[in-house]
Design a protein around this ligand. Sequence first.
Ligand SMILES: [Zn+2]
Ligand SMILES: [Zn+2]
Length: 238
Amino acid sequence: MIACPCYVCASKNEKDKRLRSSILVQSQHTTLVVDTTPDFRTQMLRENIRKLDAVVFTHPHKDHIAGLDDVKAFNYFQKKTMDIYANTLTQDSLKREFSYVFADQKYPGIPDITVHTITNEAFMVGDIPVMPILVYHLKMPVLGFRFGSFVYITDANRIDKREKEKIRGSDTIVLNALRKSEHISHFSLQEAVDLVDEMKVPHAYFTHISHQLGTHEEVDSELPPNRQLAWDGLQLDF
Ligand SMILES: [Zn+2]
Ligand SMILES: [Zn+2]
């Protein structure tokens, strides 16, 4: 955290250097990212991503959308529009926050996007089947996503029974866990562990971590087997 003198922010362990939460999902023919955080450009450069077909948004909070402008580099090299998948709530924010992208008279060099409306019903991005999972961030509806046996849910603190069932039978989940103490709009670490246990997901990684949670090493050593903290650059194969 900017200007924070705490021991977590001062940690020399690379796993304690956390950018904002996002994932990249790649199949044989399609590459998508979930959210364009303020760190989107840094993340794309770090991972040397040359091809991106789509962005799928979870919710309109700034830490999940702020990097959208930088998709223009992919427009430039791929010579095509960027497909954006978002619910109407997120679309309303994108139109406000990136009004120039939606303007009738567009100036050159700005992002070229094509917006697709999603709900909590299954959809395809290229050859990737996506099952949205409706979760709540205090009162805000947020979309988590299931890709085959992998589930990604961020910015949640409540999931209704029917949507929760969409998690069942998955092999690996990445789930938000902000800190140990409770928070009004994010799962605490214990709440996140309880949820993955309840849904019997064999492997779980926790993300959207605050410096208030502690260091990676400290927290990881306290977690039960097959429950661990995610880290920037983590790659999983299915
Ligand atoms: Zn949020
Ligand atoms: Zn967030």
